[in-house]
Design a protein around this ligand. Sequence first.
Ligand code: EPU
Length: 417
Amino acid sequence: MHRLVIEGGTSLSGEVRISGAKNAALPLMCASLLTSEPVRFSNVPQLRDVATMIGLLGRIGVQVSRDERLGLEMRAERIAEPLAPYELVKTMRASILVLGPLLARCGEARVSLPGGCAIGLRPVDQHIKGLQRMGAEIHVEQGYISARSGRLRGARIVADMVTVTGTENLMMAATLAEGTTVLENSAREPEVSDLANCLNAMGARIRGAGTDVITIEGVERLHGAAHAIMPDRIETGTFLVAAAATGGAVRLNGTDGAILDAVLEKLCEAGAQIRVEPGTIALAMRRRPVGVSCRTAPYPAFPTDMQAQFMALDCVAEGTSVITETIFENRFMHALELQRLGAEIDISGNTAIVRGATRLQGATVMATDLRASASLVIAGLVAEGETTVERVYHLDRGYESIEEKLSQLGAKIRRVS
Ligand code: EPU
């Protein structure tokens, strides 16, 4: 098992390139199930979750070829077996995204229930309810969602809560349904829009992605297309927070300031100077950060996937801040580990009160999930002495070459096994 060893105390400085978005790449790859023609992706991030998705789709029958320039061609000429087995779904919940496309393409699918995970229960009832509204017959038996249908039928579906992958699953299914589907209370995340753009390039008729009402007119068939995956806004935000926490000055290339408004606003509030230009974001932090209070909510509000990183920033900032997590019921596990570095955090229900300390001290800490790991790396970059972050496999799921990129910015960080 790998760990990261960080010698804290260096301000990040320099330039780095942001990768394609994990949470856009995973649904986009599943969209390739909707056509027998090849779909080509560029700006594909090299991540463990992407490799897991290639494994799952390969098993289902998709032929995958990669090139060295971050390209991926996926061709689902024939579906071999419409099955997502437990062994794969338990390692990556996004596997549920094959359910809608498989059902739409071949009228049946068997997908393992994802089960709970470290950050919360994360049920998939909205995915199931939506597909049932479109005419699918769905049973949950022996831990599997077994779904059958003739051609799906368009329907008006009002989600009980905003769900990102739920919206994506139903939007993909609706592209091949008979008639029009209206998804109300949809997720407005930019990754949903990126998926809609690719589906439209494949011949789908989707309007309203990026708003909370998405309308999909079903078509008989989709065809191949080429699509460049959008930049990863959470990787971008993570590097910006790392630079701010270490009092650094960085320039991030290949990204987009327009999809990070809530995060950039919080960084400005913390005292950072930020310049956004087409394709780049530059940040300089010339003072001790001021603690910022954040409340997570669906896009365009402050993202839950940035909550842990801001908690690390608040730990070394001036003043007291309040962080409220409203999306997942158990997403404060990093707080206990941050305390091992000397952070002062009190948790009560879904609220964390963070009193900024003038210094943290290196220690061995254990990552429990992807974004929690990122917050520990940020804290390690600031802490005095050596911090060892165990269980780096969580980071490898969602951050491409994180230690290489941080080293490029001057961090003293190395991977050891
Ligand atoms: N929910 C239900 N029923 C459902 C679906 C969702 O109760 O059928 C609840 C969830 O339990 C949660 C809330 O609704 O409390 C929102 O969950 P959502 O479905 O939006 O989350 P997700 O689609 O499973 C995606 C990202 C997550 C990100 C969340 C929230 C992907 C592959 N994953 O998950 O990313 O935290 O949206 O923005 O897009 C990460 O990258 O680290 C990560 C966890």
